[in-house]
Design a protein around this ligand. Structure first.
Ligand code: UDP
Length: 353
């Protein structure tokens, strides 16, 4: 029988890409809820996709009913943007922790398989140069650095899920995304600075001819992972052949794409010039140094290097990432510039002064 999968936050960056891949490559049914449908295109027309617009914190009966009805539950609803950890820490706790805890408990109650998004952020300022699911310490700053409320919320859920696995034999998989990038992560046409994760933010700066801002010199490093590679891994996890992913924790990341934020800025400017609509803007884009305090405020604290060990995913799931950094960036930019009317909002704003 075809798998029935429930995806909460189905219109998000991961949810929408995962749904598309499932409907294209598998015969599974998807039951999805989200606040909006703007990233879903015409997917809701597919007869194997049952989409409902709603809020998981309000439409609680729909959620519980579908936990009961489905085989696998993928709760992707969360605030996952560092700018918001420092401005709305309690919202992060309420949504990322509290709302998800309810769903986790329902999975235990109805004996359902749970695929849960942990985060590379759980490692925090771990001293390990390569981050390992089984052995790396998880290290956070003091309480007055509110950034860590996200990592802490996620870590606590990881621990709760793990404990349900030990006590009640909950069938779960925790996956830890390492800076996924690709179409629809954030909207580069959003003019408000600080509303996006770093690559989309830089793209947006190019589009609006604003200087790219490097926080504290841009020496920090991240391992950027192209969304298609990540989705391939998630499909293997969902398939769960021979229960290979059951009760496992997997980093999903691309250690080959570990680059500094300064390098990312330079690449963005270089690669954007390959696209006629961005060429002039990219040539004119400057790079500016700002302090973390100026950019994020006093509640922020950064992570210097984040490189995943992906041996577990390689060995257990037979997965490894394929997309190099420049290709990932090129594909993402290519997607955006193909959108109808791309750049017109920015052009109008620039023309209007
Ligand atoms: N960053 C930056 N300029 C920006 C936005 C972000 O220098 O305009 C830095 C930020 O301080 C962090 C890195 O880029 O070190 C990645 O930030 P992102 O928001 O993508 O998320 P993170 O990887 O920290 O979860």
């Amino acid at each position: 029988m075809a798998l029935k999968i429930m995806i909460l936050g189905v219109n998000g960056f991961i949810g929408s890409a995962l749904t598309e891949a499932i409907l294209r490559n598998r015969d599974w049914e998807v039951y999805g809820m989200d606040l909006a449908d703007n990233k879903l295109g015409d997917l809701p027309r597919n007869e194997r996709f049952h989409f409902v617009e709603g809020d998981i914190t309000i439409n609680k009966e729909w959620v519980e009913y579908h936990v009961k009805k489905c085989d696998v539950i993928v709760p992707l609803v969360a605030i996952a943007n560092p700018a918001q950890y420092v401005t709305h820490p309690l919202r992060v706790f309420e949504l990322d922790f509290e709302a998800n805890l309810t769903v986790v408990r329902q999975c235990v109650k109805y004996g359902k398989r749970l695929i849960f998004p942990s985060t590379s952020e759980v490692y925090g300022m771990s001293p390990d140069s390569v981050l390992d699911e089984q052995s790396s310490p998880l290290v956070y700053g003091p309480i007055n650095k509110q950034r860590w409320i996200y990592a802490c919320s996620k870590q606590m859920l990881d621990r709760v899920i793990y404990a349900y696995g030990v006590r009640d034999n909950l069938d779960y998989t925790l996956f830890r995304p390492f800076n996924f990038i690709g179409p629809n992560l954030d909207n580069p046409e959003e003019p408000k600075e600080g509303s996006s994760r770093v690559f989309t933010q830089f793209l947006s700066n190019v589009l609006y001819r604003k200087p790219i801002k490097l926080v504290d010199g841009g020496g920090q490093k991240r391992s950027f992972t192209y969304i298609d590679d990540a989705i391939e891994c998630l499909l293997i996890i969902l398939e769960n052949q021979d229960r290979r992913a059951s009760q496992g924790i997997f980093n999903i990341g691309n250690p080959g794409n570990c680059i500094s934020i300064r390098d990312l800025a330079e690449r963005t400017i270089r690669i954007a010039q390959e696209f006629p609509v961005l060429r002039e803007n990219a040539r004119a884009t400057q790079i500016l140094d700002v302090s973390a305090g100026e950019y994020y405020g006093k509640y922020y604290q950064d992570i210097q290097v984040r490189v995943p060990n992906i041996e577990a995913a390689r060995r257990t799931l037979g997965w490894q990432p394929k997309t190099d950094m420049d290709t990932a960036m090129r594909r993402t930019i290519d997607y955006y510039v193909r959108q109808e009317g791309f750049g017109s909002r920015a052009a109008a704003l620039l023309a209007g002064g």
